[in-house]
Design a protein around this ligand. Structure first.
Ligand SMILES: Nc1ncnc2c1ncn2[C@@H]1O[C@H](COP(=O)(O)OP(=O)(O)OP(=O)(O)O)[C@@H](O)[C@H]1O
Ligand SMILES: [Mg+2]
Length: 325
């Protein structure tokens, strides 16, 4: 539904976006991640026709945003960064104005506004001037503006920025509920949000894509993926040495209670990557069974919990985007 083709943007000497290409299909929620200044907002502005690209283009359901801007824009809902809205209008009048621009008139226009106000839970503030609303409510008004014409393609720049935890939850649920019928791109700095709603993730750094994969695939690249974490009341003298001797273990890390914030110690055992051609039993999957057997053989170890770690998106994000020096 959305094809982004070799987009580039330079501002004087700044290469804000260098050769960004990707596609989004119906049903996908694409998380667009990257550190501050990576080029997310600039890319979204070009996709939505708000900013002309230096090179490249975006095609929305067959309509080129440069050469067929109006039909393309009809298919897009855009929530820009920092929710720019007319502060002296009331919520009702503003959404009515947007509905008019979108081509709705008469009863349909009123129905659209009413329905969007209900969906975005703005009923209690609909007659209030937008400038007098709290930041979170302003964000929701802008969200409402993006959804009003029920667009098949939604581009949202940090949609939950400034919302309280309840509102974040509501917005995420709304995005998830709409996803099956739409192609959605959201930028965010909240990695738990990515895990909650995104089917795919693109990470950009200095204007270039450095990863394009599902959250699960990305997490699998994390250093901690497949490691086994043990929570123990104390660390017996022989524990680390015995764990280190396992053929399936590469390294053992001990986190004493003061760094875990509780009474317990955490011990993390990292798996030895399976060597090419080695039997599967020697690979990372063998780590947990090996540790269990060791725990059974050592009843003196006071094990409280044991789990296999999935890996963490923020580790992968940092690894891919931190400046190397
Ligand atoms: N109008 C402009 N004129 C000059 N430079 C610009 C302009 N707009 C953006 N930039 C620069 O382009 C780069 C990318 O900015 P952009 O706003 O796209 O980043 P971002 O990934 O959205 O960051 P954030 O996470 O902080 O929102 C930055 O270096 C920014 O300073
Ligand atoms: Mg931005």
């Amino acid at each position: 539904m959305l094809a982004v083709k070799q987009l580039q943007k330079t501002f004087g000497l700044i290469h804000a976006v260098r050769d960004v290409s990707f596609q989004v299909a119906q049903g996908e929620v694409l998380g667009f991640l990257g550190p501050n200044g990576a080029g997310k907002t600039t890319t979204m502005r070009m996709i939505t026709g708000f900013l002309p690209p230096t090179a490249g283009t975006a095609v929305i359901m067959g309509h080129d945003i440069i050469h067929a801007a109006i039909p393309a824009k009809k298919l897009i809902g855009y929530l820009p960064e920092n929710a720019p809205v007319y502060t002296d209008m009331t919520v009702w009048n503003y959404l009515g104005f947007i509905a008019e621009i979108r081509g709705f008139t008469g009863r349909v226009r009123t129905e659209r506004v009413q329905q969007t106000i209900e969906t975005c839970r703005l009923d209690t503030v609909k007659h209030q001037a937008i400038g007098t609303l709290s930041k979170g409510y302003k964000q929701r008004v802008c969200f409402a503006q993006a959804l009003l014409h029920d667009p098949p393609v939604l581009i949202m720049d940090e949609p939950t920025d400034g919302l309280d935890p309840n509102q974040k939850h509501i917005v995420r649920t709304m995005i998830r509920d709409m996803a099956a019928r739409k192609a959605i791109v959201i930028s965010t700095h909240i990695l738990e949000e990515v895990e909650a709603i995104c089917t795919r993730v693109i990470i950009i750094r200095d204007g270039s894509i450095v990863a394009n994969a599902s959250p699960t695939e990305l997490k699998a690249k994390s250093r901690a993926h497949g490691a086994v974490e043990l929570t123990v009341k104390s660390v017996p003298g022989d524990l680390v040495a015995k764990l280190e001797r396992l053929t399936s273990a590469a390294r053992v890390e001990v986190h004493p209670p003061q760094t875990t914030g509780g009474q317990m110690s955490r011990v993390v055992v990292y798996p030895r990557p399976s060597a090419a051609g080695a039997a599967i039993a020697a690979g990372p999957a063998q780590l947990a069974p090996d540790i269990l057997a060791l725990v059974k053989a050592n009843p003196g170890w006071e094990l409280v919990a044991m789990k296999t770690l999935e890996g963490r998106l923020d580790d992968v994000f940092r690894e891919l985007t931190e400046p190397k020096n």
